[in-house]
Design a protein around this ligand. Structure first.
Ligand code: FAD
Length: 465
């Protein structure tokens, strides 16, 4: 009897323990992707990008003599139906760790096991399982540096090679057509503009890693904060959909470290920030929805407002903030330094709740990652573990001078000051209802940096009192 391989955020064939273990059983395998309610509820851009990933992955499988069966519905129902149709012995999958999908996976495992079927989950999304990195007392780390110290010393299992082919079952069950799922439906006008900025699939992810290690890792330490430069790996997009394994990235970075490449340790540290974020989400799942430190619950952040909307639209009148928000809308990504600046500006100068920012990122990022997003927002807001102290308020103007000294980043994204095709493409990407026009003058600042800073500090002082 064949095995069903339930693919989710692990759209690859290289270094995938679930796949190697399945092949080791000697059974034919049937890869399946399920559009279940949990998957369908992710943000618009992430769901659209997931669709591109599924399409690329199906093509990879076909080249290996296999297929990707697409089905829609609650996961356990779909899997049980497929088992009934094919006589499969059970289901293998790679573990997920977020609070939105863990209950689903537990129910699937229990449901299949109750019927005497094989139901096995494997690692594959992280370097280490989130419960494996412990303090000396057996607890979990709430601060990054000691986490790094332990995580960086822990051996990472070697990468597994891709199989040459996948053994086919005697017959294939029916599959939905990907186009019929219309995964871009919630994207409105953005998809055509965003498409050229995505690097989809396993082959492109591996090429991206090679290119980064071969050409850019040496300068990564100094250049990674410069917003106009393409100095980082860009791998977050591929990691999100499992198009590359973090272990493979770790080994490549480690080899660069051993070869004496200057930026290699910093790069490995960033990869371990991702691990830290997932460990936090595992141990304190409330980080995704509410203040990690509950003493922030009464903080007088505003919710929806015209200011929040101006922030989302890249129309605050603060050039580096608007450049970043427009980069996000066009590419589905934003430079890390810019993420920190727009987050600080929203939660401090605009005194707006970090959840407004978290939700907007979740809806517009194509590298959306529930753990990194939650940790990032609570870090900038001050409510999270190991967070920036609240009184340290980034000044967007001085940050821009430092990390975009030649104004290249701002000109690239602000059509009011340049005719850069990227800047203009923003106006094609946004919904018509926003009525934005690059010919209109650039907006005046919606808050003065001094007044915004003073108000945020006053609210903070009150909280302390
Ligand atoms: P590189 O600099 O090449 O780093 C390599 C890898 O390390 C990244 O791909 C990523 O997996 C990991 N990494 C780097 N920085 C961080 C970090 N601060 N936290 C966690 N992991 C990190 N990252 C996401 O992947 N998805 C998100 O939804 C997300 N939301 C964020 C929200 C805020 C408010 C902030 C401040 C940061 C957020 N980040 C998020 C983290 C970071 O900005 C991105 O991971 C990074 O910009 C991705 O670019 P890169 O792949 O070129 O990174």
């Amino acid at each position: 009897a064949p095995l069903l391989l339930w693919f989710r955020r692990d759209l690859r064939v290289t270094d995938l323990p679930m796949l190697s273990e399945a092949l080791a059983t000697g059974r034919p395998v049937m890869p399946v992707f399920i559009l279940d309610p949990e998957t369908e509820s992710i943000g618009a851009a992430a769901l659209w990008r997931l669709g591109l990933g599924v399409e690329a992955f199906a093509a990879t499988l076909e080249r290996m003599g296999s297929r990707l069966i697409l089905r829609r519905g609650p996961a356990l129902d779909v899997l049980e139906r497929l088992i009934a149709e094919t006589g499969a012995a059970g289901v293998f999958w790679s573990r997920s760790y977020d609070p939105a999908t863990r209950p689903r996976d537990e129910a699937v495992k229990a449901g299949l096991k109750a019927r005497g079927l094989l139901a096995q989950s494997f690692p594959g999304f992280l370097l280490h399982e989130p419960w494996e990195i412990e303090t000396g007392q057996g607890g979990f780390f709430k601060v990054y540096t000691p986490f790094w110290r332990v995580a960086s010393k822990r051996p990472v299992p070697p990468s597994l090679a891709a199989p040459a082919f996948l053994p086919e079952p005697p017959a294939w069950p029916q599959s939905d057509r990907l186009q019929d799922w219309n995964l871009g439906a919630r994207m409105r006008r953005g998809a055509a503009v965003m498409a050229p900025h995505q690097r989809v699939g396993e082959a492109k992810a591996l090429a991206r890693l090679e290119e980064f290690i071969g050409q850019r890792i040496g300068a990564y330490g100094e250049a990674r904060d410069m917003m106009a430069e393409d100095a980082t790996s860009g791998l977050s997009e591929n990691l999100t959909y499992g198009e590359i394994s973090p272990r493979r990235i770790w080994h490549a970075g480690y080899r660069a470290l051993e070869e004496g490449q200057a930026g290699a340790e910093q790069f490995l540290k960033e990869l371990v920030w991702r691990e830290f974020a997932w460990a936090l989400l595992h141990h304190t799942p409330h980080i995704a929805q509410s203040n990690w430190k509950p003493d922030w619950d009464g903080f007088p952040w505003g919710m929806e407002s015209d200011k929040a909307e101006a922030w989302r639209r890249g129309m605050t009148g603060e050039p580096v903030i608007d450049a970043a928000m427009r980069q996000l809308y066009v590419t589905g990504k934003m430079h890390n330094r810019a993420r920190m600046l727009v987050g600080s500006y929203l939660t401090k100068h605009l005194m707006t709740h970090w959840k407004i920012g978290l939700d907007w990122f979740a809806d517009t990022l194509t590298d959306w990652d529930p753990a990194a997003n939650a940790m990032g927002w609570q870090w900038v807001a001050g409510s999270g573990p190991d967070a920036a102290p609240y009184f340290r308020i980034f000044n967007p103007a001085t940050q821009a001078e430092k990390f975009d000294p030649a104004k290249t980043y701002r000109r690239r994204w602000l059509a009011e000051f340049s005719r850069d095709p990227l800047a203009l493409s923003y106006f094609d990407a946004v919904p018509k209802s926003w009525a934005l026009d690059p010919a209109r003058p650039y907006p005046r600042p919606i808050v003065s940096l001094e007044a915004g800073r003073a108000l945020a500090l006053a609210s903070y002082a009150q909280r302390k009192a």
